[in-house]
Structures are given as structure tokens and as C-alpha cells.
Design a protein around this ligand. Sequence first.
Ligand code: THU
Length: 133
Amino acid sequence: MTDYELMEAAKKASENSYSPYSHFRVGAALLCDDGEVITGCNVENASYGAACCAERTAVFTAAAKGRRKFSKIAVAGTSDGTFSAITQPCGICRQVLSEFCGGDFEVILSDLDGLHKYKLSELLPLPFDKTSM
Ligand code: THU
């Protein structure tokens, strides 16, 4: 599974986005340590705060399938079908990723220039974790 293929899986997952309020379709593709890819999309709600981002949908789906170890995630969002700008994970999704993934976990984003890769430690430098309480 190349990073490019993982990004294509994220874009494909965005086709299932339920986003009648924002009209912003997001897909995420999470690569498990055994090579399986688990995808998610954003699922919105008339009570706006009840929405779930694509990244969390993917992580929670994977967790519900018993998965705990992940190596990377690709995320893609679009309001017009072009995926022309990067869609970076929100703060809550960064925190959720940090529950299962170390600082070296890769977050792959995309714009018209191509793929952009970040380590989770760059996106969330000081995560709150089980050693924090
Ligand atoms: N959204 C995601 O699914 N992932 C992100 O990384 C950023 C935002 C969703 C939440 C909401 O459904 C829509 O995009 C607009 O914020």
C-alpha cells in the first residue's frame, strides 16, 4: 500500500460522507499494522455538535474491529470535488489518534502539489495521555 494508494482510498471514502450542513465531504483511510486499510467519512447531524469527523469514524471503526496498532492515515476533504487544498485533522481527531498512535505515526494530506506528510508529534506536540493524570 503506497501513500498515494492510501490517499486514493481516503478520497473514495469521502463519497460516503453525510454532510448536508457543511457540504464538506471528508474521507480518511487508516493503515493498520497488518496492512489492512479501514476507512471513514464525516457524519453530520442536525444537532451540529453531534457530528463525527472522518478520522474519528475510521479510528473508532478500527477499534471496534479490535484493531489497536496503526502506522498512518490519509485524509482528504472537498467542497467541490477537487481536493485542491489540504484538510488537516481537527484538534479532537489529533487527540483521538494520539490514544492509539505514537509521535511517529504519519498523517498524509494532499493538495494540488501532491502529498504532504506530517508526524503526529508535529501536529500534536504535547498530547494528554494516560501518564498525564
Ligand atoms: N471534518 C472532518 O471530517 N475532518 C477534518 O479533518 C476536518 C473537518 C468535517 C467535520 C464536518 O462534518 C465538516 O468537516 C466541516 O467542518
